[in-house]
Design a protein around this ligand. Sequence first.
Ligand code: SF4
Length: 391
Amino acid sequence: MQEGNQKYKHALGIYIHVPFCSSTCDFCAFYQERPSKKKIDSYFLALGEEILKSGLVHAVDTVFIGGGTPGILKSEELEQMCELISRLGLKDKAEWTIELAPNEVTSEKLSALKKGGVNRISLGVQTFDSKLMDALGRKHGPEKVFRAYELIREMDFEAVNLDLIFGIPNQKLEDWESDMGKAVELQPDHLSTYCLTFEEDTALYHRLAKGELSIDHEREALFYEHAWEYLPKRGYQQYEISNYAKDGFASIHNLNTWKMNEWVGFGPSACSQYQLKRWKNPSNLEKWEYGVKEGFSTSDYEEFTELTNEIIAEDAILFGLRMNQGINVLEIADRFQLADEYTEELFDFFENLKNEGFVERNQEWISLTKEGRIRADSIAVEIPALSEREY
Ligand code: SF4
C-alpha cells in the first residue's frame, strides 16, 4: 500500500518465472536455461522458500506464470507449483494465467493446472506460417497450435489468449492479415500482438548487427495500424497498444501493471513493485537460490529502487497512455498528491499534443489518437519530468 494516500487500494499481482527452455528462440531476451532434473529440483526448493518468506500483507488478485517455458514442467511439477502459489493467499476468483508453448500442451498438464486453480491459458502461437516460424527459430508448426488449442478448449478454461508476433523478417502485410485471420477463426477470448524487437544478445540482433536484417519503423507502423483496424471489426476490442479482448476478457494482471499498482515476482529475473520498492531478482539460478536461502540485501538484486510517489506517478502516466481509455489526470494527481503546478503543466503539455492531433481530451481524461499511438514512445520521453522537481 502506498504511504500517504490510503484512498487508493492497490490490486496485487503475482508473477512466477519458470526459467527453463529446451532451446533458445532467435528473438529471445528472457532469462532461461536448459532444464535438468537437478536444476528443476533446486528451483522448486528455492521457489517454495521464496514464497514462504514473502510475507505479503494482502490477498492476491492475479497470478501469472511465465518464462521461460512453464509447460516444460511435468504435470506433477505443475501441480506442485500451483500448490505453492496457493499458499500466497489468493482472493476468490483470482485471475490465474499460465503461458504455454504449443509443443508442451498435453491433457495431463492441462488437467493438473485446472485442478490447481489456473483459469486462463496464454498460448504462444507467434505465427501460423511455418516459414516465418523458422525465421524466429521456433520449433512448432501450425498443426501443433491447432491441436493444443483444441485440448485447451476441451478442458473448459475460463479464458484463452493467443500471442502473435508481427514485423518478422520477410513477413508481408498479407501474411500478417492471414495470421490474424487464423487466430480470429479459433475464437480465443483475448489476443496479444507483439512487434518483433531486436534485443541485444539475441540471434536476431546479431544478424541485424551483421547487416543481414534491417529495422523498418514505417513497415512496423503499418502492421500496428492494420491490427488496430482489423481486429476490432471482428469482435476484439483494443484496450492497449498491443492487446485486444472480447467483452469482459481484458487481462486484469496486465491492467494492474499499466496502472502502476503492485506486483511481486518469484523466481530468477522476476521483477517486483511492492510497498514503495522496485526490484529485480538475479537472472541466474544459483545467485537467486543463494539469495533466497541467505536473504537478499539490496545489492544482491539485479536492480533495486526506492520508489517515491513522483516516480510511480510518472510511470502511471507513461504506461497509462498505452491503454485506449487513457489516463484520468486529476485522479493521478489525487492518488499521488501531485502539486497543482505540475498538474497544470501536464494539461498544457497534452493541450499541445491535442493541437498536433496526437491526443484526445474528454474532460480530465487524456488518451492517444491513432497517430499518437504510433508515436507513443517518443511522446513518453517528452512527458514533463516530475521526479527531480521541488515545488
Ligand atoms: S520459449 Fe520463450 S523464453 Fe524460451 S527461448 Fe523461446 S521466447 Fe525465449
